[in-house]
Design a protein around this ligand. Structure first.
Ligand code: MSP
Length: 705
């Protein structure tokens, strides 16, 4: 292809997701935003390469696999497939899906390591210090230091390691940030990163010997490469770095450096400090920008597996569809800031903006073209001359009816056209700035403007007189108004396409324009809709969601959570894959009740439920939802950490008899060992806990069967 008409490459990535947790809405948020951007850039004529994938090495995955009774590779493969199946079900348009367990990746990572070693940036030393396994992060401080990211107590590790000379890159990084203000966005993250680097960089340990699940250091296989070095390299290994094959070299040359790494804010340091330092050391170009978005909150805290407050995308897909979810995430949350998810807000937005807004505008416009013009986009030029003549001698007014009205409507239609043209450019500015919420607000405002135009013109009105002339003039009013409305619908549909791919494809076909995927949406301009176009088959685009939708989603979520919890709590691979199958089958919506697994009486007998009396109750510092309890079981006293602090004041619990699961394996919450679980009902969307209890006097230690 000659270079002048070659499309400009645009390489866009998401983080690669850890496979210790199944996909939830937090992951979906980033991947959907990247998909919207990929579609937007493609529509603008870029040659987009959109990469996502899974991060499968490290101690955390090794431990999760052991817990599930599987090999790390088996375990990682199952969860990675779940992520991919979800993205496919949602129709996400990634071009490559990299798994860090793939050969192409391992080869590239080893090459990067060797390259840095050869250039003198790697040396061997001994590390003794704190490590957070959950975040795969080295933390400064004495034994017992809490991880600054997740609040868990770090583990002390002492190992002979390879070190990367990160300390040599501080000045170069700062100079780079300074010269490229767009490199880290938004500004708040940029400032954080700059402050961190200014604080001084220490050399970074980049290998581990205490576990095996990783990529061996070339020439020294008892070391595995630090999981973040392994993971970050995916952005180049997926393009072919480390391979000599001509097609790999060509891909790498075309798409590297990346145009945009899209990430969540908690991984800014890895992307904005470590990654560019590795690249500088390897003398590879740096990515053009790294944009960190905020967190999706649920029940007031970051949605995450460890907090146990996740919502699965499948639940929403089953009830409202992928477009509803995409729209909610991008319209509701200002990109870059934290935002809350709730089923109520989702349904409210769906009804207000999609069912009553865009969906209603489409159906009223197209239905009127069906009624008054037999489903053919009306011709306006034939009548134009007639009312221009009129206009030369009269002052046009809609209310007066006749040719005067047609002439006045023509003026209104022209101003609507001018506004659409202006908004097309404005919309592009906000999309390019990744301010999706603002861009969508503009598209919605345009829709409201068209609605107002239609209401003002009232094409459904009958002519005031019965004369042929008056009828013809009224039909001209309708032609001008409905052409303008349909053209505005076409433009709004094209703008919304990256966010609402399914709905806009339907509307495009209803407009008689065929497949939107084949359409050139690049040079959108008023007047592109050809009069005489026959509309396609009409049908609802966003049927209104009833109140039950909320309940239905909550039920599905409870059923899904129960299945997932069963899979995580048991140590058998069989249950794990059974739960994976439940998720994979989610493509075929089934009644929520059917999804709930049943258990036998023997299964139930395994759960030791007992009455316990609370002796001590106190808040856990830094954890708003947790209380530390000491309970008396009659035969022993034990500590339980319970997530009930938002519903119960600690002092109100002293002496209260509760039901506990007495044979739950101990686990640590915020560094405190929890021996059992207090049984409570969970009320409402926020899951407010209500403790189980008895009306009769009951003996401490009694077993429930
Ligand atoms: N594996 C690393 C990333 C390596 S990239 C070279 C990792 N994985 S992760 O599974 O924990 O995913 C983190 C990413 O998932 C976040 O950066 C963000 O993109 C997304 N999110 C997960 N939970 C989220 C929210 N609750 N809210 C918003 N995004 C979240 O870190």
């Amino acid at each position: 292809m000659p270079t002048d008409i070659r499309k400009k490459p645009y390489f866009l990535t998401t983080p690669i997701y850890y496979v210790n947790a199944r996909p939830h809405l937090g992951h979906t948020y980033t991947t959907v935003a990247a998909d919207v951007l990929a579609r937007w850039k493609r529509a603008q004529g870029f040659d987009v390469y959109f990469l996502t994938g899974t991060d499968e090495h490290g101690q955390k995955i090794e431990r999760s696999a052991a817990k599930a009774g599987q090999s790390p590779l088996e375990f990682a493969g199952a969860v990675s497939a779940e992520f991919r199946a979800l993205w496919d079900r949602m129709g996400l348009t990634y071009d490559d899906y990299i798994r860090t367990t793939e050969e192409r990746h391992k080869r590239g990572v080893q090459k990067l390591f060797a390259e840095l070693q050869q250039r003198g940036f790697i040396y061997k030393g001994t590390y003794t210090g704190q490590y957070c396994v959950s975040d795969e992060l080295y933390v400064d401080g004495p034994a017992g230091t809490v991880c600054p990211d997740c609040g868990r107590v770090t583990e002390t590790v002492s190992e002979e390691n390879y070190y990367f000379k990160l300390s040599e890159f501080g000045e170069r990084l700062l100079a780079y940030y300074d010269a490229h203000p767009e490199f880290i966005q938004p500004e708040s993250r940029r400032n954080e990163v700059i402050a961190f680097v200014r604080g001084g960089l220490r050399d970074l340990s980049i290998s581990r010997t205490s576990f095996n699940w990783g990529i061996p250091v070339p020439g020294d296989p008892k070391h595995v490469i630090y999981v973040w070095m392994d993971a970050l390299a995916n952005y180049i290994t997926a393009l072919g770095y480390g391979s000599d094959a001509p097609e790999d070299r060509a891909r790498f040359a075309t798409y590297w450096p990346a145009d945009l790494h899209l990430i969540g804010k908690e991984i800014s340091r890895f992307h904005c400090v470590y990654w560019p330092a590795f690249l500088l050391a390897a003398e590879l170009p740096l990515p053009k920008s790294i944009v960190a978005h905020g967190w999706l909150l649920f029940e007031q805290s970051k949605m995450s597996k460890s907090r146990g407050n996740i919502v699965r995308a499948e639940t929403i897909l089953d009830v409202l569809g992928a477009d509803a979810l995409r729209f909610f995430l991008l319209r509701e949350i200002v990109f870059g800031q934290d935002g809350s998810f709730s089923f109520d807000a989702l349904v409210q937005r769906y009804n207000a903006d999609l069912a009553n807004g865009y969906g209603n505008l489409v159906s009223r416009t197209l239905a009127m073209i069906g009624k008054y013009f037999d489903g053919v986009v009306p011709e306006t030029t034939a009548v134009r001359e007639r009312y221009l003549q009129f206009q030369a001698t009269h002052t046009a007014q809609i209310d007066g009816g006749g040719w005067g009205a047609a002439s006045a409507v023509e003026v209104l239609a022209q101003s609507l056209g001018a506004e659409c043209n202006a908004q097309i450019a404005e919309f592009a500015t906000w999309m390019d700035a990744l301010d999706f919420s603002h861009a969508l607000t503009l598209a919605q405002a345009l829709g409201a403007r068209v609605d107002g135009f239609l209401t003002g013109v009232a094409p459904w009105k009958q002519a005031k007189e019965n004369s042929e002339e008056a009828q013809a003039a009224q039909q001209a009013v309708r032609a001008v108004a409905l052409y303008a409305a349909a053209e505005a619908v076409r433009i709004i549909t094209a703008l919304l396409h990256p966010v609402l791919p399914d709905a806009t494809a339907k509307v495009w076909a209803q407009l008689g324009l065929g497949e939107i995927a084949q359409a050139d949406l690049k040079d959108l301009q008023w007047g592109g809709l050809k009069p005489g176009t026959r509309l396609g088959e009409l049908g609802p685009v966003f049927p209104r969601a009833e109140k039950e939708a909320i309940e239905q989603m909550q039920q599905k979520e409870d059923a899904g959570a129960a299945a997932a919890a069963a899979a995580v709590e048991t140590n058998t691979g069989a249950t794990m894959s059974q739960a994976a199958a439940t998720t994979a089958n989610a493509a075929e919506p089934k009644p929520a009740v059917e999804a709930k697994p049943t258990i036998t009486i023997d299964d139930f007998a395994k759960v030791e439920l007992r009455v316990a009396q609370i002796q001590v109750a106190e808040r856990v510092p830094g954890a708003d939802r947790l209380l530390r309890l000491e309970v008396d079981l009659g035969y022993e006293r034990r500590q339980i950490v319970a997530g009930i602090a938002e519903a119960y004041a600690p002092e109100s619990l002293i002496g209260r008899k509760v039901v506990i699961v007495a044979n739950l394996a101990p686990r640590k919450l915020r560094g405190l060992e929890s021996n059992g679980m207090v049984v409570a009902a969970s009320l409402g969307e926020k899951g407010k806990p209500v403790l189980a209890g008895f009306l009769e006097e009951i003996e401490v230690g009694a077993r429930l069967k």
